[in-house]
Design a binder for this molecule. Structure first.
Ligand SMILES: Nc1ncnc2c1ncn2[C@@H]1O[C@H](COP(=O)(O)OP(=O)(O)OP(=O)(O)O)[C@@H](O)[C@H]1O
Length: 620
């Protein structure tokens, strides 16, 4: 089969790269077109990549590099994609394709508080099936990747982020690549692996990618904006794109001769990539310049189209895939499915990682504990040493209500914030089919709830004793149980909002609105029985009301108050309970209903996360 410029290049003396025509064709694509609404973003792109080859997609900004990479890696969302893509000679099956390939995203989304070694170790535990790799094998794989990517010196450095200094940009990129290499993929995609790196780090990263492609016989496709000459020479082949169209696809070493043959001789000392990108870029400085550059791009595209009509690859031609495929080239590729780890192993690995992350998150822990202590002192002294006179009724109600409110905002907002950050990492990890959504969700729940409970026990105990609510062990523990339920509802509510609403900005608008409604209808400001029937249903789903009702009954039931003569006041706690509509359910029923709300939030959060985290990719 002919392959664009391979044959000529392999025989030209100027070709520095030995292209192996016998290497397995790992991915072939033919006549790829992509539109979004009326806009045609990619037009008639064809090509292929072989085992051990490194191909770079080069073009100016907006040329369609990422779109092509996403189409090839099965990550196109929205729009209309047409054409043919074959993986190892057969049509792709999304599950198997994801497991045999790896994709290094442009943004290195990783847990900032883990060290390089920990990051790779947890990734190896989650990605490599325990049925095939023992713990020692997994550690061996991590050690090999650390060596291969020259990360020895940084192995104990934390990844870091904008807030905390960690590894350098180049090391960070190498860790991202390392995570993907753990599974020894047949096909590796990298989106702008050099973006944001200085020239030395960029060269080192591309050199490593090249070495890995050769040593592991991996077919590698990467996008790159404008490589320097040394990087350009490391590519086996390049795909030059302009306006979503192919200007050149063939060996990097043959590109200069090709452009010279169509009248564009690259000057001696100019970087070929810069020269080609300049030729392919539209010039918006004036109308005339734009028309000229458009005409030039059209000519380049036409020249290449004419050149390749003679050598167009035939996608129905069979290759020899390592996996089995049946029938014609259009069969679905069926490489044996990689087994998953069992659920409990996945969950315990993630829970351990989450605990490390949470405990190292000093601002989160300090914030939770210090707000608990501060609020305990503030509220405790605001309602210091409650008496049993008429005035103490409203104070008692006030302190109980504030305890409920303190179990909402101060817990939900930080948990939501942390969850959003982790959810993005999870979506990146899930795009390589690393683990189940259920183990991720439960691991988050079982990390956040104990942390929130510990900090808030300090708050509840402080307020309870400083404000002198009824000193009775039974009452204290019932109050604590009520507070625990409210805390668990808040954590599960934060996870539900974070799972259901993809946009952080929108999530941070919706959550406070719902909380404000819960507080307004919580039972202190309006008697639940007198609320208009149109809004009365809110009480069924309002944890603040169940919590307040439970606290009020627990505190007020046996109390009597001394009323001054001639002044109307509540003389017994039962009168207060009735006046505030707090006795609709018993304390235990309130607690049970709160536990049911936790359950509903957890189930809804899990279902929403499954739905929102499910990639909606278009497949060919
Ligand atoms: N889903 C989409 N909806 C609308 N326009 C899109 C969509 N996807 C891509 N485009 C447009 O298609 C063009 C190519 O985008 P793409 O991201 O592939 O370019 P690129 O070459 O990777 O650019 P850069 O180097 O700046 O990342 C751009 O003009 C972009 O705005």
């Amino acid at each position: 089969m002919s392959r664009y410029l391979d044959e000529e290049a392999a025989t030209t003396e100027s070709s520095a790269i030995a292209i192996n025509p016998a290497a397995e064709v790992v991915l072939q694509w033919d006549d790829l077109n992509y539109h979004v609404k009326e806009q045609q973003i990619m037009r008639g792109i064809s090509g292929e990549v072989r085992a051990g080859e490194l191909i770079a997609i080069i073009g100016s900004s907006g040329a369609g590099k990422t779109t092509l990479l996403n189409a090839l890696s099965g990550r196109i969302v929205g729009g209309e994609l047409s054409g043919n893509i074959l993986f190892r000679g057969a049509k792709r099956n999304p599950g198997n394709f994801k497991r045999s390939t790896a994709y290094v995203q442009q943004d290195d989304l990783m847990h900032p508080l883990l060290t390089v070694e920990e990051t790779l170790t947890y990734a190896s535990r989650l990605r490599l099936p325990s049925s095939q790799y023992s713990a020692a094998d997994k550690n061996g794989r991590v050690a090999a990747v650390i060596r291969q990517l020259r990360l020895e010196a940084a192995r104990n450095t934390r990844i870091g982020d904008a807030a905390t200094r960690g590894v350098s940009g180049g090391e960070r990129k190498r860790v991202s690549i390392g995570i993907e290499l753990l599974t020894d993929p047949k096909l590796l995609f990298l989106d702008e692996p050099t973006s944001g790196l200085d020239s030395n780090s960029s060269e080192m990263v591309v050199e490593l990618i090249k070495k890995i492609s050769v040593e592991q016989n991996t077919a590698t496709i990467m996008t790159i904006h404008q490589p320097n000459a040394r990087i350009f020479n490391m590519f086996d082949k390049v795909i030059l794109l302009s306006q979503g169209q192919l200007v050149y696809f063939g060996p990097a070493s043959a590109s200069i001769d090709y452009f010279a043959s169509i009248g564009h001789q690259c000057p001696m000392h100019e970087n070929p990539a810069d020269y080609f990108v300049d030729l392919m870029t539209l010039d918006y400085r004036s109308e005339e310049a734009l028309a000229q550059s458009k005409a030039q791009v059209n000519t380049l595209v036409e020249c290449f189209a004419q050149y390749t009509t003679r050598t167009k690859p035939d996608l129905n031609e069979k290759h020899t895939p390592a996996g089995s495929y049946s029938g014609s080239g259009m069969a679905v590729y069926q490489e044996s499915r990689a087994p998953r780890n069992n659920w409990f192993y996945e969950y315990s690995t993630m829970a351990r990682r989450d605990w490390i992350n949470a405990l190292r998150n000093v601002p989160f822990i300090v914030g939770q504990v210090s707000q608990a202590i501060f609020m305990a002192l503030l509220i405790g002294f605001m309602f210091f040493h409650l008496k049993h006179d008429a005035l103490s009724v409203s104070n008692r109600l006030g302190v109980l209500f504030i305890i409920c409110v303190n179990a909402t905002f101060p817990i939900i907002m930080p948990v939501l914030n942390m969850y959003y950050r982790e959810r993005d990492i999870m979506i990146r990890e899930r795009s390589s089919a690393t683990f189940r959504v259920s183990s991720f969700f439960l691991s988050k729940l079982t990390t956040f709830i104990p942390i929130a409970l510990t900090a808030n026990t300090v708050f509840f105990t402080g307020v309870y004793f400083i404000s002198h609510l009824t000193f009775d062990a039974g009452k204290f523990f019932i109050g604590l149980a009520t507070f625990f339920c409210l805390t668990a509802i808040s954590v599960s509510f934060a996870l539900m909002v974070g799972s259901g609403i993809k946009s952080i900005e929108f999530g941070f608008v919706v959550a406070p609105i719902i909380l404000t409604i819960q507080i307004l209808f919580g039972g202190l400001f309006a008697n639940p029985h007198t609320i208009t029937p149109v809004l009365r249903w809110i009480r069924w789903v309002n944890p603040v009301q169940y919590g307040f009702s439970s606290f009020v009954q627990n505190e007020f039931k046996p109390l009597v108050f001394s009323c001054e003569e001639g002044v109307q006041c509540y003389s017994t706690g039962m009168q207060v309970i009735q006046a505030y509509g707090a006795g609709r359910f018993t304390i235990w029923q309130d607690i049970l209903l709160m536990l049911m709300l936790v359950f509903v939030n957890v189930v809804a959060g899990y279902a929403l996360l499954r739905w929102t985290a499910k990639p909606k990719y278009i497949w060919l």
